[in-house]
Ligand binder design. Structure first.
Ligand code: NAP
Length: 259
């Protein structure tokens, strides 16, 4: 399918690895020029070069922490008048409900709620002026169904869908489409780290931890960054203009719910 976005420009935050990189690669495959971001400059540049080599699009890199005001300012300076924004950042650390104090919650809110809101506030006016834009926020399945070990994520991410629900409907008349993508378990470095902590906490091997988790997913496996990226690229396409303010769960059927 031709996604109809060849020649557009996208800012993809936190995109040197994992789900962000999957989104960057799928957009590049559709002919979109990119601004890619992560904190670790050499890893970011290597990923950017692989995207240039594989898809022939232009890729600029900005090695900053997207959750800081200074990082956001540098990103926005390079991004300029992008057509597409993919919001992403690292997820909060695991723990139990009694572990976290105010500073932990503020850091999680900064990363997973206030950063995407700040970037939308900065870039939605540019898209509105052009009469076309796409925003995809990478959040988590924890927005729909809490994950016991990720109480910070459960809490901090809950506010973003509320902001998007109202905002998406206000900017839709101007041709701007905003949606959230909710990953279930995908095979990335973050999940490898979480499997490692499960294995240590329970005295089982990492492979056993993985097998147990895969068995809980009706699809029988973890998702891939490529298929996650393909869904993101579709939501950024010309075909997605009637999908407004939705929370799209990509979890292999793990959440047992009718709606
Ligand atoms: P990942 O494989 O660990 O990749 C994270 C990427 O984000 C890396 O490129 C990392 O590069 C970059 N990054 C992290 N913090 C950043 C920051 N403050 N500023 C700029 N870049 C930053 O993680 P992932 O699995 O793709 O997860 C992406 C998001 O989806 C996370 O918020 C995660 O909690 C959420 N999620 C993932 C899953 C899953 O199954 N994978 C499920 C639910 C939710 P640097 O470290 O160099 O900055």
């Amino acid at each position: 399918m031709d996604l109809g976005i060849s020649g557009k420009r996208a800012l993809v935050c936190a995109s040197s690895k994992g789900l962000g990189l999957g989104c960057a690669r799928a957009l590049a495959d559709a002919g979109v020029d990119l601004v890619m971001n992560a904190r670790t400059a050499d890893v970011l540049e290597a990923s950017a070069q692989s995207v240039r080599d594989d898809f022939g699009v232009s890729v600029q890199t900005v090695a900053v922490d997207v959750t800081t005001a200074n990082g956001q300012a540098q990103l926005l300076d390079v991004a300029g008048d992008v057509d597409i924004l993919v919001n992403n950042a690292g997820g909060p650390p695991p723990g139990v409900w009694s572990d976290w104090d105010r500073d932990d919650f503020i850091a999680a809110l900064d990363a997973n709620m206030l950063t995407p809101i700040a970037l939308m506030k900065a870039l939605l006016p540019v898209m509105i002026d052009k009469g076309w834009g796409r925003v995809v926020n990478i959040t988590s399945q924890s927005v729909k169904a809490p994950i016991a070990a990720l109480g910070l994520s459960n809490s901090a991410r809950a506010g973003l869908p509320g902001y998007v629900a109202g905002t998406a409907r206000q900017v839709a008349p101007m041709g701007v489409v905003v949606n959230n993508l909710l990953p279930g378990v995908h095979d990335t470095d973050r999940i490898k780290a979480l499997n490692q902590s499960i294995s240590q906490a329970r005295g089982i091997t990492v492979e056993e931890a993985r097998t147990e988790r895969e068995a809980e997913i009706p699809a029988g496996r973890f998702g891939t960054a490529d298929e996650f990226g393909a869904t993101c690229a579709f939501l950024c396409s010309q075909h997605a203009g009637f999908i407004i303010g939705q929370n799209i769960l990509l979890d292999g059927g793990a959440m047992n719910a009718t709606l």
